[in-house]
Each structure stands twice: as C-alpha cells, then as structure tokens.
Design a binder for this molecule. Structure first.
Ligand code: SF4
Ligand code: SF4
Length: 406
C-alpha cells in the first residue's frame, strides 16, 4: 500500500470514532483489510501486536530487510502496536525498532517499552535508562511503558528504587502515556504490586495451556479484581502451542479449521479486558498468518473453549512426564508442592527447548510449590493414577532448573 493510502487508513483506525460502536470491553472495531481493534482509554489498539523479542536474524545481527517488510505489512494492516524492551535481542531490539519506525509518523504507531529493573541501583537510574531508551527508539515518548518482569527476585529492587514514583513523574511530563508492569512472579507479589498504583495495564503470560496448569488464571483474576486491563504475552507459549503433538493436532483438526497459532491467539484474545495480544513474530510469513487471524477475528465459542481445555489435557498427558494434571497427588503433599505445574513446565521445555521460558515459569511458582522443596516422603506416589515416581521426577525438574540457572 502506498504511503498516502496508509495515512487514510490510519486515520480510520486510530482516530476512528466513526467506526466505534459501543466499545464495551469485548466489543470490536472492524474495518476492511485491517486488524480488529479495541477501544482503550482515549485511543484504539489493534488486538494483535508485534512482540519484538524474536526478531528475524542474519547471523548475530537483526535482518533489517525482513524486519522492514514485517513492520510495513503490520502498519498497512493496522497492526501498529510494537512491544520492545531494553534486553530483547541482546539489547538490539530498541535500536533496530527505532530505525525501522523512524519512517512513520509518530502518531501512526504505538510503541511499548519496559524499564529493566535488574539494571537499577538508584532512583536516578530509572530516568537515566528511560532517556537512553527514548534515544535508542528515536522517539520523544512511549505510549505504553512497563516495569519489566516484576517477580520475587526483582520485587525488592522495584520497591527500593521507588520505580513507580519515578515513572509517575515521567508520565506527568508526557513521556509515558500509559503506565503498567509486566509480571512473572507469584500471586502473593502480584497482590502487593497492584496496590502500588492505579495501573493503566498489566502484561501477563496467558495461554490456554498455562491457564490452569500453572495457574495463569489466578494472576489474571487478581488484576481483574482491580479493574486493570491486560496485555497478553506468550499467547502461544514460546511456540509450544504452534508445534502441537500429533494427538493434540488431530484433536484440533477434528473440531476446528483453525491452525494451532490461530486457535491459540484467538483463545488469548477472547479473555475479557484484554487490550492486545503480543506475538513474537520472526518472519513475514508469520506476520501475514497472524494478521489474517485478526482481520477475520471471531471470539471463541463455548465449544471452542471446551476444545482448548481438552487439547491442554492432551498436551499435558503427552509430555516426557506422563502427568494428566489430575492433582490427586497434591491432596496429600505435606509441602504443598505444585506437582503438575512443575511437570508441565518441564514437558513444555522439552518440546520447545526454550530455557528462558522454563526459568521464568519455574521462578514464577511460589517457593513452597517448587520441585526442590520436595522432602521425598513418597506420600504422593500412592495417589497417582499414572503410577509416576513423583519425587524422582521432581528431582529431575529441579536439576534441570539448577543446570539452566548455572
Ligand atoms: S514426595 Fe515430595 S511431592 Fe510427594 S508428597 Fe512428599 S514432599 Fe510432596
Ligand atoms: S497424581 Fe500423578 S497424574 Fe495426577 S497430577 Fe499428580 S503426578 Fe500428575
């Protein structure tokens, strides 16, 4: 599409009040050949966003030609939300996104970035790093800005450097439009964080496999209770819900004409109060497929929700550890270890080989729920219909985590 045509389209979809019809939390704004949008505060946001953590690579560098094509395609189709972070792509993501987005008018794209808590030593660092990020992205403000990856390891620093206070100042200066946080911690910490500020949004890991297995719904419910809108990360669980096992894929094909990616993205987008779903796309083909999903987007039916549960159970039962997540073992565990969650993390890791995600998920369990807290009493084994040697398998999970964490 030529530049002039894009401007006309963007006026429709970004300003777009003529297209708004009610815009309740699940109502959609549709227009031809454009990704559906949802109203969010004083703007509209595409339901699909480009996550900039798995950009196309040529050796050690980002493949700029491919990235330009991906961004152009996104912009043409109204998928104008880009989510980067300080440490994505070994620190290169912000710089390359800045270069690519420079050719578009600032008001035509929505840019999200995140404050790297692990880099903070003092309150002054928050602003210093923020300014560095503005420079790298070649912008004067961020639309969405987050405290990145609050969890049990980063929570103390987040509080010590008074991150929220510093970011509120930047928001008042007009350098941040919407202030939020991304979260990978325990429900206990999340309950603390939501009290710190009247957050504009929270970025959570939500997908149909984790919803019950690692209790993603618990985090979602905590932010819902506070009325905080959600941006979704890892809707396809780092690719794990794209490469389904034969049995899970057969189940999907029997009951739906969606591809695995389409099904997973639609599931995530169909939760109430979801502003946008981030997908870490790595090539133009993926961009085209995902955009098509959100041009033709339809909320999930009850039958499809049921199908997602069934597929999740199949995935869960087919991993290296044959656990069906029945949770009978947990009824007798004196330590409260979340046995199926530990096994689910491990199984998923073995399919995707995604070490970072395995580490993040494991660390998001409460300390008492982690595999390494097993005292090997063996009580759980008697309750397991799959006859698993649970303490032995938990040791395997804990060993793998220790290996990865070095
Ligand atoms: S062996 Fe470990 S997981 Fe099983 S009941 Fe005992 S403490 Fe819990
Ligand atoms: S009882 Fe066995 S199959 Fe059921 S959740 Fe526990 S480990 Fe998994």
């Amino acid at each position: 599409m030529k530049r002039r045509e894009f401007i006309i389209n963007s006026a429709l979809v970004i300003g777009g009040t003529a297209l708004l019809s009610g815009c309740g939390k699940k109502e959609l704004i549709k227009s031809e050949s454009q990704v559906v949008r949802r109203k969010y505060k004083d703007i509209t946001v595409p339901l699909l966003a480009l996550g900039c953590m798995r950009l196309p690579m040529k050796g050690k560098d980002v493949d700029m030609q491919e990235l330009e094509k991906m961004v152009e395609y996104c912009m043409t189709c109204g998928a104008n939300y880009f989510d980067t972070a300080y440490m994505y792509v070994d620190g290169k993501s912000e710089t390359v996104m800045g270069k690519v987005l420079k050719k578009y008018k600032r008001e035509d794209f929505i840019l999200a970035d995140k404050s790297p808590i692990y880099k903070m030593k003092t309150s002054e660092d928050v602003r210093k790093i923020f300014n560095e990020q503005l420079e790298k992205c070649q912008v004067e403000y961020f639309d969405f800005y987050m405290c990145h990856n609050i969890n049990q390891n980063t929570f103390a620093t987040y509080r010590d450097v008074r991150m929220v206070d510093e970011l509120i100042k930047l928001k008042k200066e007009g350098k941040i439009k919407y202030l939020g946080f991304s979260f990978h911690g325990t429900p206990e910490i999340l309950r603390e964080v939501v009290k710190d500020y009247k957050w504009d949004f929270a970025q959570l890991q939500i997908n149909y496999l984790d919803w019950d297995v690692v209790k993603a719904h618990e985090q979602y419910n905590i932010v819902q209770e506070q009325g905080i809108p959600v941006t979704v990360m890892e809707p396809l669980r780092g690719g794990g819900l794209v490469n389904l096992s034969d049995k899970a894929l057969a189940k999907l094909k029997e009951n739906s004409n969606n591809t695995p990616a389409e099904f997973g993205l639609r599931w995530a987008a169909s939760r109430d109060n979801v502003v946008t779903v981030l997908s870490g796309m790595s090539n133009l083909e993926q961009v085209k497929e995902n955009i098509q999903t959100f041009i033709n987007y339809k909320e999930m039916s009850k039958e499809e929700e049921q199908l997602a549960d069934e597929i999740a159970k199949i995935i869960q039962s087919q991993g290296e550890i044959n656990c069906t997540a029945c949770k009978y073992c947990m009824e007798v565990c004196p330590r409260g270890i979340n046995i199926p969650a530990n096994f689910a993390l491990y199984n998923q890791y073995k399919v995707t080989n995604n070490k970072m995600l395995f580490k993040i998920y494991y660390e998001s369990l409460a300390d008492s729920e982690k595999a390494d807290k097993c005292i090997k009493c063996g009580l759980c084994n008697k309750n397991c219909p799959q006859a698993l040697d649970i303490p032995k398998l938990l040791s395997k999970v804990a060993d793998e985590y220790n290996k990865i964490s070095g």
